[in-house]
Design a protein around this ligand. Structure first.
Ligand SMILES: CC(C)(COP(=O)(O)OP(=O)(O)OC[C@H]1O[C@@H](n2cnc3c(N)ncnc32)[C@H](O)[C@@H]1OP(=O)(O)O)[C@@H](O)C(=O)NCCC(=O)NCCS
Length: 195
């Protein structure tokens, strides 16, 4: 397939909660990220996921650690995690990544919206996050209207109300940069994304 054909194709993206049973797909997703994307995700060089990191990433219970996957066909192209803070149970730390090939298409924003919806249903009202200071895409994505941000040691830390990340229109979302992207709201949300 030529790049033109690839760029003009439209792929349906589904968002679904991940479980411990998705361990192999989650590991394959992180292993397939570029070294730069893995560095941005974990804030240090990660050549391959260690057993300890795999345990952390896959210890999903859907409540205190929820993970949402963006799936095209059978491939995981994005993963977002939401981990409740034990000392502040109405708050959670979030972290996420989108496959290199799919970055910049609006998937990160949709994934964040899915995480926000799931979090609110589980009694989480505030998101906390840490991203590398130079990670413009992540900072832009997370800098919700009321987010409080501070930068130290090369990292931008922040927190914001989960509600600030919900889609403004509950029926359809159009990404401003890619008019071809939309998400239909349903019990099994589907987005049409042109990579
Ligand atoms: C951060 C990340 C998840 C964003 O996902 P994405 O699908 O590429 O992002 P989107 O296409 O939804 O764009 C999100 C916002 O970032 C902006 N953006 C995207 N790529 C950008 C870039 N290279 N530089 C500056 N801004 C960028 C978009 O304009 C958009 O803002 P807007 O809606 O106000 O226009 C993705 O780049 C990624 O996986 N990076 C590696 C891992 C990582 O950094 N994780 C975050 C730390 S936990």
């Amino acid at each position: 397939m030529s790049m033109h054909d690839y760029l003009s194709s439209t792929a349906p993206v589904r968002f679904q909660p991940l479980t411990r049973a998705d361990r192999d797909a989650i590991v394959a997703f992180y292993d397939a990220l570029s070294p730069v994307a893995r560095y941005q995700r974990f804030h240090h060089p990660v050549t391959r996921l260690t057993p300890g990191l795999i345990t952390l990433l896959c210890n999903i219970d859907g409540r205190d650690h929820a993970a949402i996957g963006a799936v095209v066909g059978t491939a995981l192209v994005g993963v977002g995690h939401c981990v409740r803070l034990p000392e502040m149970p109405d708050s959670a730390e979030i972290a996420f990544a989108v496959s290199d090939r799919w970055q910049g298409c609006g998937l990160g924003r949709l994934l964040l919206q899915e995480l926000a919806e799931h979090a609110l249903q589980n009694g989480i009202a505030r998101f906390h996050f840490s991203v590398l200071e130079e990670n413009d895409a992540a900072v832009r994505l997370l800098a919700a209207a009321d987010a409080s941000l501070h930068t130290a040691g090369g990292q931008t830390h922040g927190e914001a109300a989960v509600a600030a990340y919900l889609p403004s229109d509950n029926s359809t979302v159009f990404h401003p940069r890619t008019p071809g992207i939309s998400r239909r709201r349903s019990s099994n949300p589907v987005a049409e994304v042109t990579p």
